[in-house]
Design a protein. Structure first.
Length: 174
């Protein structure tokens, strides 16, 4: 997502350098204090895989189930808008003017979120955790719904109906 924002806004070099320094500060401090991020991710994944349901289900199951849960999480309006977002992204790439086109900007943000989700899904690191871990990505995918042409009321109603159905039919420990 940060790279999509940089591509859209094309900030000055000093701004990019300051942002890079800020982004590097947190991992650097934790590393200096003895925490190695790859070991933490591996330990978390190992603990999760041996503790609950994901140890009993295959990678292929979660590769499909994660995307299905994301589809329920984002709803039908986003699913319907993603092809339009892809078209806006292709048009933006052809004209190379994402910042000049609001649709191109929206499509770039949604596309970056979708790319992040697909990488996470392919990696298997977030098996069975999409309802929590992917929520930030879902929020950025939701911006694709802004590309609906009026009347958008039908899509808003479909979103509400999906949310109510999931709430009523899915038993969750949370």
């Amino acid at each position: 997502m940060p790279l999509a924002v940089l591509a859209l806004t094309r900030p000055r070099a000093a701004t990019v350098a300051a942002a890079a320094a800020g982004l590097a500060a947190a991992p650097a401090v934790f590393t200096l204090l003895g925490f190695w991020w790859p070991d933490g991710v591996r330990a978390t994944l190992d603990t999760y895989l041996i503790s609950r349901g994901s140890a009993q289900r295959s990678y292929a199951y979660f590769a499909a189930a994660n995307l299905a849960v994301l589809g329920l999480l984002t709803g039908p309006a986003v699913a319907h808008a993603l092809p339009r977002a892809a078209g806006a992204l292709r048009q933006t790439a052809r004209t190379r003017a994402a910042a000049a086109s609001p649709a191109g900007g929206v499509a770039a943000l949604a596309g970056a979120a979708l790319l992040g989700v697909l990488v996470l899904d392919a990696s298997g690191v977030t098996r069975g955790e999409v309802e929590r871990i992917w929520v930030p990505f879902a929020a950025w995918l939701t911006v694709a719904a802004a590309l609906h042409r009026p009347p958008a009321r039908a899509w808003l109603a479909a979103q509400a109906a999906t949310a109510l159905a999931v709430q009523a039919l899915v038993l969750s420990p949370w």
